[in-house]
Design a protein around this ligand. Sequence first.
Ligand code: ATP
Length: 355
Amino acid sequence: MLAPKVEQLFGNREQAEYYTIVTLGSHSALQILKGAKDEGFRTLAVANRQTERLYRSYGFVDEVLAIERYEDFPRHMQSLEHRKAVIVPHGSFVAYLSLEDHKKMTIPYFGNKAVLDWEASRELQRQWLSAAGLNLPRQFKTGAEIDRPVIVKLYGANGGKGYMFVRDAHDFEERAGLLARRNYIIQEYIIGVPLYIHYFYSPLTGRLEIMSMDRRYETNVDSLGRIPAAAQEGLDLEPSYVVVGNQSLSLRESMLAEAYRMGEDVVRVSKDICGPKGLFGAFCIETIITPDTQFYVMEISARIVAGTNLFINGSPYSYLNYDEPMSTGRRIARELKNALLSNSLRLVLDDSGVL
Ligand code: ATP
């Protein structure tokens, strides 16, 4: 059966207060729901037994739907179908629900699900980013080709867990046993500063905004510099990339134009590959900046990332565009509100579930 059209679900030009913004209680849910409330929406957090009390404790969360496990969310979706709910996805959504579950969601969804396929496959992602003229770390097909330090990334690795720094081809050979029968990629190791740039692209205005930036704080790789290299010798230290948190960072202004250009070109190319709507809403380009101030791109996340949680009260960059605290979560709600007021909801919701 075809799902109803956006207009049938929502009617026309109605006020934000009749709509409920829904998200899973994790990742950047507090930011999303606070932003939604600030923009006048009703808010609902889907929580589990462990997180229920936390989400209920915030005044800006109107309702909590407690379920046993987040993975079960698709089974509970029916209870939201009869109301004017919009799902705002975040990083953990993709982690808890499979790509297929994600696509099958019938509740109106902020974002373009067609981007998910391009994002989920490292190969397709690479095609997309290089078509946008971004510098990518070199990739090596086999250990024998390695001619510089590399990072070996196991498939399904999460938050840097399961990444391995390998010095050269010989080092790789010695550790080949650990990688037997595993899927992985071998990528040039870029030495520089990791900078994660948070963008928002508005399909309503066609304008890209830089919302904020962060630098990851990772253990133990960010601590190795605290031990002199000479003292590290013989300690058998292995760098790991497990994220502990995020730090705020403002970029040298002379590098800002390139950061903006990268975002624009990623959006432009997405319109060729993921259908005419392309990538819209919040996204993040994860870079490493080398001493010659080149950005190398590790990855793109096609939705709100956890680093934006540093800026629930706005960032120096969002302040340039708004004279009020504007988090990425609030910016999403503002876009939905502007879409409602201009009868353009179909521009900001995924087509597949609702059209
Ligand atoms: P998440 O999904 O949370 O973004 P992830 O598992 O996708 O995490 P990445 O963000 O790709 O992991 O990488 C984690 C960390 O590994 C980076 O922040 C960076 O420190 C390091 N890293 C990844 N790729 C490279 C590279 N090519 N050169 C140097 N360091 C890298």
